[in-house]
Write a protein that binds this ligand. Structure first.
Ligand code: BEZ
Ligand code: FE
Length: 296
């Protein structure tokens, strides 16, 4: 009969995987077991504390449904989602080292829980915020590959909350899609569309993750941002944001998603004719951003 003490239970669990055929899975589980056990030893975890942890994880799972993913929120607020994004970016950088003349692809950031596949396909120049009492904001730029070659027909999904920071998905079961659309770049890889200047907002705090943030003494806010997903054949899909340059919380995003390269000045413009020919009778704003996609 083997008796394990607190130090070698981890090795005992790892040893039981000797018949595991999947080398990557075995590597991940080995490391997970080692670190989980080291964590429990480091904090000298009590049975009551671990039961609290199990109840928290249970509540996190029970909060999930088709529209709400509390586990992703947990991963986001613990910084794990952004770490995984950063590791992916580091792999892309390593691949690029052998490609003379190539620039780094645009930095990625968290997707968040509010992407909704199937947004209306709109022509370039459409206004997603038409009829809303907000400052019209023009988003424009081009999409190229990492060598600067324009990518025509790149599909851009864009989505944001409203001027109070609320997404359509948070407005009740039957709320229609709002402030989201899909565009395609023109033959020069250019895009432009109108929407509003997104507001800062809190991540959902009505579940266990919200309680965790409060107990940690943390605020739940994200700085204003426009979500953008770019898909083009032969290129890695990019999921990123354009962050509003003068927004609060750029330094303390609740999900650690801000990258300096994604912060954009939203230039205030007076009434007049916008670059796309739209005649503006009042003030408007302009956010210009060029995206670079990595070839597969
Ligand atoms: C968002 O940007 O929509 C978001 C991202 C992570 C967690 C919650 C919300
Ligand atoms: Fe968001």
């Amino acid at each position: 009969m083997i008796e394990y003490d607190a130090v070698d239970i981890a090795q005992g669990v790892i040893d039981r995987m000797s018949d595991c055929k999947d080398a990557r899975f075995k590597q991940i589980m080995t490391s997970l077991i080692k670190h989980l056990h080291a964590f429990a030893r480091e904090v000298d975890l009590t049975p009551e504390e671990w039961m609290t942890g199990i109840q928290f994880l249970t509540a996190t799972g029970q909060m999930c449904d088709e529209k709400r993913q509390e586990f992703i929120l947990l991963s986001d607020t613990l910084g794990l989602s952004m770490l995984v994004v950063a590791l992916d970016q580091a792999r892309a950088a390593a691949r690029l080292k052998d490609s003379p003349g190539a620039s780094m692809p645009t930095e990625a950031t968290v997707q968040g829980p509010f992407f909704w596949e199937g947004a209306p396909k709109l022509p370039l120049g459409a206004d997603l915020a038409e009829g809303k009492d907000t400052v019209p904001t023009l988003y424009s730029g081009k999409v190229t590959d990492t060598y600067g070659k324009p990518i025509a027909g790149c599909v851009l999904d864009v989505w944001s909350g409203d001027d109070h920071g609320l997404y359509d998905l948070q407005k009740g079961e039957n709320a229609p899609m709002d402030l989201r659309a899909q565009f395609r770049t023109d033959q020069d890889g250019r895009y432009h569309y109108w929407s509003l200047k997104p507001s800062l907002y809190p991540v959902p705090v009505d579940g266990p993750v919200g309680k965790m943030l409060t107990r940690m003494g943390r605020h739940p806010f994200r700085p204003g941002h426009m979500h953008t997903m770019l898909r083009a054949p032969g290129h890695h899909t990019l999921v990123t944001h354009i962050f509003v340059g003068d927004s609060q919380y750029l330094d303390s995003d609740a999900v650690f998603g801000v990258r300096n390269s994604l912060i954009v000045e939203f230039k205030q413009k007076p009434a007049g004719t916008a670059p796309d020919g739209r005649v503006m009778t009042g003030p408007w704003a302009h956010a210009e951003y060029d995206f670079r996609l990595a070839p597969v």
